[in-house]
Ligand binder design. Structure first.
Ligand SMILES: NC(=O)c1ccc[n+]([C@@H]2O[C@H](COP(=O)([O-])OP(=O)(O)OC[C@H]3O[C@@H](n4cnc5c(N)ncnc54)[C@H](OP(=O)(O)O)[C@@H]3O)[C@@H](O)[C@H]2O)c1
Length: 478
């Protein structure tokens, strides 16, 4: 049998679908899974693609089945399993072979793995893959970090298997070492914010307006034909319209309101904090998922504190309110994406990655979970103003912020007056209002810091006097 062009370790949800995608695009693939039975089960399930798949029972068999120099994708759970697989591969691989970690690695682990493999003769690539099971099978968005030369060696396979947006592939080399996994992490952080804001709007519809799941579904389905057109709005409409086959009730009403998280949202918020870049939408979304898990405490608190009356919302013009909610969601998205891209810009400087912002927006337009029409607008905005300090001050997005401002303001106010929690949408409003105000209130914070800690401050008149007329600062004015 002819040798395989590429190898893959880890035939779980993502790995098996990615392997079938690779095989379907005409690239013979050798596969290995820790649990051997799964490898054979996978080969049996490959159907018409069976001839393009080489099942291997050991790492040695896997390596022997691939044409050198060998590209091998690791698609296991992130963390220790990846280190274990790299350790298993090292003694059996040869110079110029490429190890590609395609899981959701923390980019700091990816940076460490690059240094550990430095000088080994092996090449390492950290690759973010988004799109879930369906994306992996039929076309994910692929974010590659490593040397440009190593990207060139695997580019044709990755371009073949990636999603396409109007014919353009959603796969790209984004920079050295941890760049690909960092971009994937921020993608997931934005995804958290996007999902949270959609859930907040659903909360206003359900708890404020008393809409049924089916009525909410109709609204999301309508919005998906307009400016909010996106995968997340589309699936929200679908899941809200689904019926539970067991109880006959709407499926969403049978799901416990505790959200899970695997860590990428939290990593985004932590890295943003580390770099001093506000990412309040992502932070609010991570905190909201954490708070959702305190189900028992929330139920107790409801009995003790009660719920604020949400009567006033019912007297509002529903048509106007729903139109506001649509625009508020658009405004909230602008805030979250602007923050996500600002974090990317700072990381690019800090790690010397030279991240290409228009390319990042371009490869998120299809294949990934946050894919949307909106990302095409971001691509155009960054192409027109590549050096913009923030997305919201590019001409196209400044106009959008102004257009949606009133709707966001009214939505957050209505939610606040009716006791409906909208932490991510409110964070977007707070972000816009802070970012657009040339004179803020941090002068008072600086005065307080100087008062209790003699931290000093800059003066608006530029004078070289850095302490106030209090405490030890008096000396400077004497
Ligand atoms: N699911 C998604 O939507 C999605 C989307 C994007 C990225 N990802 C990322 O993709 C990666 C894989 O996710 P998944 O959803 O495919 O996971 P999964 O279905 O749970 O599969 C996990 C795979 O990892 C293998 N594995 C686990 N521990 C191992 C170890 N110590 N040594 C060797 N192999 C080990 C498992 O092998 P066994 O069969 O032997 O247990 C299995 O093949 C993760 O990093 C995940 O975060 C997932």
């Amino acid at each position: 049998m002819a040798k395989a062009e590429i190898g893959l370790i880890g035939l779980g949800v993502m790995g098996s679908n990615l392997a079938l995608n690779i095989a379907e695009k005409g690239h013979r693939i050798a596969v290995f899974n820790r649990t051997t039975a799964r490898t054979h089960e996978f080969a049996a399930e490959a159907g018409p693609l069976r001839d393009m798949v080489v099942p291997c029972d050991t790492i040695e068999d896997l390596v022997a089945a691939i044409e050198a120099p060998r590209p091998i994708i690791i698609m296991t759970m992130a963390g220790k399993p990846v280190d274990e697989q790299i350790a298993a591969l090292r003694p059996v691989l040869a110079a110029n072979d490429i190890i590609i970690d395609a899981g959701n690695a923390n980019f700091r682990d990816t940076m460490r793995r690059f240094s550990e493999l430095d000088g080994s003769g092996l090449t390492f690539i950290g690759m973010g893959v988004s799109g879930g099971e369906e994306g992996a099978r039929h076309g994910p968005s692929i974010m590659v970090g490593g040397t440009e030369a190593s990207w060139k060696r695997i580019e044709s396979v990755l371009v073949d298997i990636s999603a396409k947006y109007k014919g353009e592939p959603c796969a790209a080399w984004l920079g050295p070492n941890g760049a690909g996994h960092f971009v994937k992490t921020i993608h997931n952080g934005i995804e958290y914010a996007d999902m949270q804001m959609i859930a907040e709007i659903y909360g206003i519809l359900r708890d404020g307006l008393g809409f049924s799941a089916a009525e909410c579904s109709e609204i999301f389905n309508t919005w998906n034909k307009g400016r909010l057109e996106s995968y997340l709005i589309e699936i929200s409409g679908i899941v809200l319209g689904a019926t539970d086959p067991i109880s006959g009730k709407p499926m969403v009403d049978m799901i416990v309101d505790k959200a899970g998280q695997k860590g990428t949202g939290k990593w985004s918020a932590i890295e943003a904090q580390n770099m001093g870049v506000p990412a309040t939408g992502i932070e609010a979304a991570v905190a909201a998922r954490s708070l959702s898990s305190f189900k028992a405490q929330r139920e107790t608190a409801e009995t003790i504190l009660g719920l604020p009356a949400a009567g006033q919302i019912k007297s509002l013009d529903r048509g106007q309110l729903i139109a506001d909610l649509e625009l508020a969601l658009l405004a909230g998205k602008i805030g979250a994406y602007a923050q996500g891209f600002a974090v990317l810009a700072e990381a690019s400087k800090e790690f010397g990655w030279n991240l290409p912002m228009p390319t990042i927006a371009r490869i998120w337009r299809a294949g990934c979970i946050i894919r949307s029409q909106f990302l095409d607008d971001i691509t155009s905005a960054f192409r027109a103003a590549p050096d913009a300090a923030n997305l919201v001050i590019t001409p196209a997005f400044a106009a959008l912020v102004k257009e949606t401002d009133g709707a966001l303001r009214r939505t957050v106010s209505v939610a606040a007056l009716n006791g409906l929690a909208v932490p991510a949408l409110a964070s977007a409003l707070g972000y816009f209002d802070s970012y657009r105000r040339g004179r803020g209130t941090a002068n008072l914070i600086q005065a307080q810091r100087d008062f209790f800690g003699a931290h000093g401050f800059d003066r608006v008149d530029g004078l070289d006097k850095h302490h106030g007329p209090w405490g030890s600062g008096l000396a400077e004015f004497s």
